[in-house]
Design a protein around this ligand. Structure first.
Ligand SMILES: [Zn+2]
Length: 334
């Protein structure tokens, strides 16, 4: 299984500002004609800067949440900021608000109205946009299928490992493709042995504990290409290889965050038992939506508590910030 961050509230973000324009999102961004992309991006960069002007105080946001609109639509004061990147347009505008005294940028992973399937999300643009807005720590809630019978619907698992089983996603900024400004990324091999931020995980687990949600501390998130659910054989294979839960969006989000020196923490909500672990008809999208809807309020509470518990950006002591020590990136990060 593993659809994702469903808009459970049904609340739509205001459409007063047009979504940012840019090249086609997703893996196709890599093959867009370079000259055209340069022209688009130059325009987009100018408009993005214009959009950021007037937002005070800088930085505009310190923490990012990539999830559904159910996570920010109830905040009192949310500012929509269209933005684009050298990699094209992100899934949607950033929605800036304040939670627990922290400036947070919310990004609907599948776009408003949930129109982007997992394999068409422009992950590079999403993480780049967040960093450009000032974000240095990212929380990535997502819906997953349980690969073990004990991880039934409603389980919250904060993984400490992942296995990438995606097939056709661009998962690096350092691919030798020139940026619109002419700079070319160098070849960089990023450390990824521990894909998640230890401090972010700690904050998420403590937040869940504080709300009497016995979250599972650690486990392996398998990320599949989708958008289809797994066969029973695939599901059993994923369980046999040590997987705890399976989803469609946790990667390349995690590695792109690491490449940008961002702290990234995944919070996985089990909406169903995956095909190999259940005995019925198999995963249905309706069931996924129902379980997610039942738990989205709880999950929002955990996220907001976790946001308040994250360290200040300037005092991070985790290794996420040192991912590129000793490397010449060849490009300036935003
Ligand atoms: Zn970190």
């Amino acid at each position: 299984m593993g659809n994702d961050d469903v808009t459970a509230s049904g609340t739509q973000a205001p459409a007063s500002v047009a979504p940012a324009s840019g090249p086609e999102a997703g893996a196709t961004a890599a093959v867009v004609d370079t000259a055209q992309r340069a022209a688009d991006a130059a325009l987009a960069e100018a408009s993005a800067e214009a959009e950021f002007e007037g937002l005070a105080p800088a930085p505009r946001a310190e923490i990012g949440v990539i999830g559904g609109s159910g996570f920010y639509s109830f905040l009192d004061d949310v500012t929509e900021v269209p933005v684009t990147t050298p990699y094209g347009a992100p899934s949607d505008s950033l929605f800036l608000g304040e939670v627990a005294g922290r400036r947070v940028a919310f990004l609907p992973r599948h776009g408003r109205g949930h129109h982007l399937p997992p394999h068409r999300i422009n992950y590079r643009a999403n993480l780049w946009a967040l960093r450009a807005a000032g974000v240095r720590q990212v929380l990535g809630p997502c819906a997953v299928g349980g690969l073990r019978p004990e991880y039934g619907p409603g389980t919250l698992l904060v993984p400490d490992q992942l296995v990438d089983r995606t097939k056709a996603r661009v998962q690096t900024y350092f691919d030798g493709e020139p940026l619109p400004d002419g700079t070319v990324p160098n070849v960089v091999h990023t450390s990824f042995a521990d894909p998640y931020c230890p401090d972010g995980r700690k904050a998420a687990l403590a937040a869940a504990h504080g709300r009497d949600w016995a979250a599972v501390d650690g486990g392996t998130l398998i990320v599949v290409e989708g958008p289809r659910f797994s066969t029973r054989a695939e599901s059993r294979f994923h369980a046999a290889m040590g997987g705890s839960v399976v989803g469609m969006t946790g990667h390349p989000e995690a590695v792109l965050a690491r490449e940008l020196g961002l702290c990234y923490t995944s919070l996985t909500l089990v909406t169903d038992l995956d095909a190999g672990a259940e005995t019925g008809e198999g995963v249905s999208h309706t069931e996924v939506l129902r379980v997610f809807g039942e738990n989205v309020d709880r999950l929002r509470g955990v996220l907001f508590d976790a946001i308040g518990a994250l360290p200040e950006n300037g005092s991070r002591s985790c290794l996420c910030t040192q991912a590129h020590d000793g490397w010449d990136l060849g490009i300036e990060l935003p």
